[in-house]
Design a protein around this ligand. Structure first.
Ligand SMILES: [Zn+2]
Length: 189
C-alpha cells in the first residue's frame, strides 16, 4: 500500500494506492488524470489498459499508445445511443474481462460556488461518491490541481497528454477541458 499527501499547502489531501488481485485494469483517456494514475500503479507491465473511442471523434487512443508505449491496449467502442457510454462501458469491462479491480482517474469539477464559469451542460460527469471494491477511484475527491501537483512532485511528464476535446493535437484553450486545465495551473501559482 502506498499513500501520498498531495496538493498545495492550502489544500493537501491523502490518496491511497492499494490494488487487490491479479487482474487490475485502468481506463485511460489520454488526459492528465489517468496518465498520472497509471504511473502510480505497481507492476505496470501487467496492468490491463482500456480506452474508449470518444463520441466526438477525437482520437484518444493514439495518445494512450504514445504515452504508455504499450501495444496491447484494449479499445472499446462507445455507442452514440448510450447516454452514459463510459459508465456502462466500465461495467462491461469488469463483467466481461473478469477484472479484480478497475481504476479510473475521475476527480471533481471546479466548485461552482467559487467558479460558476464551469457550470455548463457539456461538463464531464464526475460523481461525488463511489462505494465499490471493484471500481477504484483514488482521485475522486481531488481537483485537477492536486493531480498536476502530484505529477510535478513525482516527475511525471505531462507534455504528451491530451485534454482538449475539440482537436486531436494541441489545445484550443476555450473548451471546458482546456479551461479546467488552465484553472488548475492557475491554482498552483
Ligand atoms: Zn480545448
Amino acid at each position: 500500500m502506498k499513500q501520498y499527501i498531495v496538493g498545495p499547502k492550502w489544500d493537501q489531501r491523502v490518496i491511497t494506492i492499494d490494488p487487490k488481485g491479479d487482474k487490475i485494469g485502468i481506463a485511460m483517456s489520454g488526459g492528465i488524470d489517468s496518465w498520472v494514475l497509471y504511473n502510480l500503479l505497481p507492476n505496470k507491465d501487467n496492468i490491463i489498459i482500456y480506452t474508449f473511442e470518444t463520441p466526438s471523434g477525437v482520437d484518444d487512443v493514439e495518445t494512450v499508445y504514445k504515452l504508455t508505449g504499450r501495444d496491447d491496449i484494449i479499445v472499446l467502442p462507445t455507442m452514440p445511443e448510450d447516454p452514459t457510454p463510459v459508465k456502462n462501458g466500465l461495467k462491461v469491462l469488469v463483467r466481461e474481462y473478469g477484472l479484480n479491480q478497475l481504476y479510473t482517474g475521475v476527480n471533481q469539477v471546479p466548485h461552482y460556488k467559487y467558479f460558476p464559469e464551469f457550470q455548463e451542460e457539456n461538463e464531464p460527469p464526475r460523481p461525488w461518491r463511489i462505494d465499490s471494491d471493484v471500481l477504484i477511484t483514488p482521485f475522486l475527491h481531488l481537483y485537477k490541481y492536486h493531480i498536476i501537483w502530484l505529477a510535478k512532485d513525482l516527475g511525471i511528464d505531462l507534455s504528451g497528454t491530451q485534454s482538449c476535446t475539440t482537436q486531436p493535437v494541441g489545445h484550443c484553450g476555450t473548451c471546458w477541458w482546456c479551461r479546467e486545465k488552465q484553472w488548475a495551473y492557475d491554482q498552483l501559482k
